[in-house]
Design a binder for this molecule. Structure first.
Ligand code: NAP
Ligand code: GCO
Length: 267
């Protein structure tokens, strides 16, 4: 017998990384509305304070912590602190991420490594830290925020595409290694979403026209619009809920149809 309560997050504790604003903030807000207790981290005190104020403005009592997802010692301390102060994490969303848009021949190995470190090593470190308690508890959800670049390349994003392609395969590997513990690890692959990370791609040009890349994405998206962080809320709640307990190793693309579409044909 199906019960809509399966979509509820009542009683669950969710940790969303890099969630002071943007996609992470939207997902955390949706989780709070679905009944979860919200825990989030960000890279510095100022961002955590900004996030706390934003959650409070939404009527959400969040637990915010400063933690760099690439620092394994700091992450292990974070998880121990959260388990002591809030409780065992039921849902981890690996959302924190950066992008560097640089032609490959101009990109330093240092910059390439930094993107891989945050976007791929970070989710590995965070997942490794929460899995023992999920195994002990007998269930858990890990959701990795992938990308169109988990499937497609484009000029200037070599490091980001490599990281997000790796994150898709890390998702499948966590599924494979921990599925028997009733732990589901899935990805969400947002399309082009209007957040600070993509703001440079949407800047209005000096002549008042839309950015060429903005026009490009509109032509590549059947929905003929950029996504909003709110478009990710429903899919994120589904993947965190009991309703998705037999969905594992999957990347759910929330892209307005980009991956299915060759692009708007000439008139
Ligand atoms: P965003 O606006 O740049 O927010 C990312 C958040 O992660 C920021 O708060 C950032 O802090 C934080 N962060 C960066 N490095 C960190 C670290 N080492 N430890 C902890 N937190 C860290 O990005 P977004 O657009 O919301 O995207 C969120 C996720 O979705 C990212 O993984 C991104 O790759 C992915 N994504 C975005 C889009 C899109 O179109 N926007 C589409 C597909 C996937 P700072 O402010 O200091 O950088
Ligand atoms: C870019 C964009 C994309 C989006 C997203 C698409 O420069 O191409 O930033 O990478 O962030 O990852 O899914």
């Amino acid at each position: 017998m199906f019960d809509m309560e399966k979509f509820s997050l009542n009683g669950k504790i969710a940790l969303i990384t890099g969630a002071s604003y943007g996609i992470g903030f939207a997902i955390a807000t949706a989780y709070a509305r679905a009944g979860a207790t919200i825990v989030f981290n960000d890279i510095n005190e100022e961002l955590v304070a900004k996030g706390m104020a934003a959650y409070e403005a939404e009527g959400i009592k969040a637990h915010g912590y400063v933690c760099d997802v690439t620092n394994e010692d700091a992450v292990n301390e974070l998880i121990a602190k959260v388990e002591k102060e809030v409780g065992v994490i039921d849902v981890l969303v690996n959302n924190a991420g950066i992008i560097k848009r640089t032609p490959m021949l101009e990109m330093s190995a240092k910059d390439f490594r930094q993107v891989i470190d945050i976007d791929l090593n970070g989710p590995f470190i965070m997942s490794k830290a929460v899995l023992p308690s999920m195994i002990q508890k007998g269930h858990g959800k890990i959701i990795n925020i992938c990308s169109m670049m988990s499937e497609l390349g484009r000029e200037t994003v070599s490091a980001y595409a490599a990281a997000k392609g790796g994150l898709k395969m890390l998702t499948r590997n966590i599924c494979s290694e921990f599925g028997s513990h009733n732990i589901q690890c899935n990805g969400i692959g947002p399309g082009y979403i209007a957040t600070p990370q993509t703001a440079p791609l949407r800047e209005i040009q000096p002549d008042g026209s839309r950015h060429p890349f903005d026009q490009f994405i509109i032509a590549k998206t059947p929905a003929a619009r950029w996504g909003n962080p709110e478009d990710l809320m429903g899919p994120a709640v589904f993947l965190a809920s009991d309703a998705s307990d037999f969905v594992n190793g999957h990347v759910l693309y929330v892209d307005g149809g980009i991956l299915a579409y060759i692009g708007k044909q000439p008139e």
